[in-house]
Design a protein around this ligand. Structure first.
Ligand code: TYM
Length: 325
């Protein structure tokens, strides 16, 4: 079975963008691939954060992932810092990564523009650690949102440079994108993002979902109720793609283009469908939240398994690079 790897930062609550862009695929792929999923806490410390809150947020993200449907019988779930080999492979990869490639990464530019006073080497190096995450398990497929495609292109570049210099050690990883690969925040401006704070949390209650959605910006063509809209330009319609059955989506798209349905009613359908998917996830989350020892056990077993794979792959990379044994 081919291997899949992906990660999520424990920097805040998972949101609908994470779910639609990545997590729904993580769950689906468990049946077809050997999947390894990671709470990437080493990545989370590349931006300002509260150290006292990190352990709780890490456990909470793992709890949310299990609630969303990651099944420890099928997939491996672990916390990145429990497998320190990630940082060693990142160092090896640093030495084949051109500085200019890192400086032109969109996320680095965006994040450093938001926080000019504290641009760290870690933030610049973020995509190299990401390449190491994937390659430590020689994973070939990486389910992510569109914002990560550029990082994956860089991962492939790093692999090519490593393999050219030291021999064919690593495969080139490919992204797996969802139909909702880029969800905007409810303001309809920027990507929905924990660090921007424009999110609709994955575990929001039905009331919170509606409170968020009802203010959500729709396609700019619909100024008045009788103006026909364009679903392909509507963030609300993009979210429908994850939560609404295809037939109903088509019906809503036609009605929007004919202006026979208003945005308010279209949002009502969406709110009900999100709640239908999320209510059982919320319930599982609350149940697991009361049993942290169960989550800890899953993470410990995951880390043990990952350490053994990572150790072998790292040894291969070290040998290829000529380190003394
Ligand atoms: P993070 O935590 O920022 O995001 C986790 C996943 O959610 C996707 N995503 C979105 N998809 C659609 N619309 C959005 N608004 C949206 N916001 C987030 C992200 O693309 C991501 O798939 N750098 C990674 C974490 C990482 C990783 C890895 C991923 C570290 N190492 C190795 C894959 C493989 C990240 O963006 O996390």
């Amino acid at each position: 079975m081919k291997r899949v790897f992906s990660g999520i930062q424990p920097s805040g609550e998972a949101h609908l963008g994470n779910y639609a862009g990545a997590l729904k695929n993580w769950v689906r792929l468990q049946d077809e691939y050997e999947c390894i999923y990671c709470v990437v806490d080493y990545h989370a410390v590349t931006q300002p954060y509260e150290s006292a809150e990190l352990p709780g947020k890490t456990l909470d993200m793992a709890t949310s992932l299990l609630a969303a449907g990651i099944d420890p019988e099928k997939a491996t779930l672990f916390v990145q810092s429990a497998v320190p080999e990630h940082t060693e492979l990142a160092w090896l990869f640093n030495c084949v990564t051109p500085l200019g490639e890192l400086e032109r990464m969109t996320q680095f530019k965006d994040k450093s523009a938001r926080n000019r006073k504290n641009i760290t080497a870690g933030l610049l190096d973020y995509p190299v650690l990401q390449a190491a995450d994937i390659m430590l398990y020689k994973a070939e497929y990486v389910p992510v949102g569109e914002d990560q495609v550029q990082h994956l292109e860089l991962s492939r570049e790093i692999v090519r440079r490593f393999n050219t210099r030291y021999g064919d050690v690593f495969p080139e990883p490919q992204p797996i994108l969802s139909t909702a690969k880029r969800i905007l925040g409810l303001d309809g401006q920027a990507k929905m993002s924990k660090s921007i704070g424009n999110t609709l949390p994955m575990l929001a209650t039905a009331e919170e979902i509606w409170d968020g959605l009802k203010t959500g910006v729709t396609c700019s063509k619909r100024v008045r109720l009788k103006d026909p809209g364009e679903p392909d330009e509507c963030n609300i319609f993009t979210i429908h793609k994850t939560f609404t059955p295809e037939e109903k989506q088509m019906e809503l798209a036609t009605a929007c283009r004919e202006a026979s349905i208003g945005c308010f009613d279209c949002k009502k359908v969406l709110a009900a469908n999100i709640d239908e998917t999320m209510a059982p996830i919320r319930e599982r989350y609350l149940e697991l939240k009361g049993k942290p020892e169960v989550v800890r056990e899953v993470l410990a077993a995951g880390a043990a398994r990952c350490r053994s794979i990572a150790g072998e792959v790292l040894a291969e990379a070290r040998a290829a690079m000529g380190f003394f044994k």
